[in-house]
Design a protein around this ligand. Structure first.
Ligand code: SAH
Length: 243
């Protein structure tokens, strides 16, 4: 079944953009997923086709109208969950991405200006999602991020089925570092164990690197990982995956 992505935006020509290239682009051409970018402005009803208005209570900028955006949502509704890209939303995680990739697809709302009229979210049961604690000029790049993260998990998109499994965050840890040829570059070598051919030793080294790097770089992730740990790192891994 085709995973269905619908994007509501004032700039539909932004799509598919980078998602037309490489693995996502090939999967789009092959019908693994579909993409419809609809212009919110097509659902405006007044003669100026206006989509925004001044903020109630005053202040700078413009606010996207609930009535126009709701008409757009109703107009494209296909049963997929509706998510609004907003900096006030729940931070996007790999776990949420995995859930969305397992579902029928998504409908994404891209804001501009000051964002959406708040009444929209409750009225249409919309989940708000943020891609991080910084402000973008519009939701389109955030939507591209969310779609990219989902599409690469769809069956058949990544070459090797296991290659998505090992990545940073999948286990609750950052991934170990990678190296390739040449074995010495600008005087810098490759950790000896990676050239040993001993797969058990390599796996243990990678796990230790993951843990050390996570502890150092992302104490927040390390805290969560180590508090979920039961008896052994592999036990913690299994427990995390079942969540
Ligand atoms: N006034 C808003 C920011 C609006 S930015 C505030 O301070 O919360 C304009 C649009 O860009 C938003 O409506 C949203 O769709 C998008 N956007 C900006 N930053 C984002 C982020 N971190 N995650 C997801 N969407 C974001």
């Amino acid at each position: 079944m085709t995973w269905s992505a619908t994007v509501l935006t004032l700039y539909p020509e932004i799509f598919p953009g980078p998602l037309g290239q490489s693995l996502a682009g090939r999967a789009l051409a092959d019908g693994v997923w579909s993409l419809r970018a609809a212009n919110i402005r097509d659902f405006a009803t007044d003669k100026h086709r206006s989509v925004d208005d001044t903020p109630a209570g005053g202040g700078p900028g413009m606010v996207l109208r609930a009535d126009v955006v709701a008409a757009a949502i109703d107009g494209v509704a296909d049963g997929t969950p509706v998510l609004a890209m907003t900096p006030r939303g729940a931070p996007l995680t790999q776990a949420r991405v995995r859930d969305l990739a397992k579902g029928p697809g998504v409908t994404l709302l891209c804001g501009r200006f000051e964002g959406f009229d708040e009444r929209l979210f409750a009225a249409r049961g919309i989940e708000e999602v943020s891609i991080g604690d910084y402000i973008l000029s519009g939701g389109e790049t955030a939507a591209l991020v969310l779609l990219d993260a989902c599409v690469r998990l769809l069956p058949g998109v990544m070459g090797a089925p296991l290659s998505g499994d090992d990545e940073s965050f999948e286990s609750g840890l950052l991934e170990h570092p990678h190296y390739t040829r040449p074995p010495v570059w600008e005087g810098l070598g490759i950790p000896e164990v990676l050239r040993s051919g001993d797969h058990a030793k390599i796996a243990a080294w990678r796990q230790a690197q993951s843990e050390a790097d996570t502890r150092l770089r992302r104490p927040d992730l390390w805290e969560r990982y180590s508090s979920a740990r039961v008896l052994s790192p592999s036990g913690a891994r299994r427990q995390k995956k079942e969540e």
